[in-house]
Design a protein around this ligand. Sequence first.
Ligand code: PDD
Length: 276
Amino acid sequence: QYVWIHDTLTPQEEAGVSFEDRGYYFGDGIYEVIRLYDGKPFLWEEHFERFTRSAAELDLPFPKPLENIKEDMLHLIETNKVHNGIIYMQMTRGVQERNHLYSREITPVITAFTKEEDVPSHLQEQGISLRAVEDIRWLRCDIKTINLLGNVMAKRSAEDNGCHEALLHRGPTVTEGSSTNVFMVKNGVIYTHPADNYILKGITRQFIQKLCIEKGIPFKESAFTLEDLRGADELFIASTSHEIVPVHRVSGTIEKTLPSRELTDELQKTFQERKL
Ligand code: PDD
């Protein structure tokens, strides 16, 4: 298996990054995870649009034109002959002697790997439980940075309490999961947190929104609270790696069993039909 590093394909065991990479010191970088179905990238352009936005928000210049970066990534996917899996790509600000003040003279470092990875169909069938924990992340969750400590801590806490994913909430308001967006179904309406600075605007979320519009399913970008959750009919999470996964129980700050998964199943089915 090859990885992308130093602007070239390199066997994974030979790849190394600098000790002074700002990604290592400061988490100063951004990333994307893109799904590959049957060797073909899914929602490719959308992911690169978000990557571009993340870069701009952090004053990170691309070391070469975006079109060339896309070609490099396709080259890696083809060389590794990925079938069903993901490509992970990240760009750190580059190598510089440790200093909070970043230099604009350094060249960002792009690295990427691919991985065969099936969609978690057992989770999609059985559903998962969520652990409700306070969202302690910074206030620019809309930027897809590699600085993920708040997410990492929440995910560990979920797992340690027998749950698959975290349900993050800022005070009473539900934001998202540790690496997923969260959706509540109530009286046939889907609610999810608006795409502001408190959540990552998921590409899967965007795709689900589009499917809902097509199917005439009411989709509201309107925040819901833990209290609202008490009256919820269904709950589901969505992300590149999970696609759509139903939630059957929430524990932690709030205890709730979800009675149904009817609309979630319908969306899941539509997603499967449309993803290829
Ligand atoms: N996670 N919210 C957060 C905090 C995320 O990290 C992710 C993605 C999502 C869903 O976004 P998308 O639909 O574009 O995958 C929401 C990726 C997959 C990860 O970190 O592995």
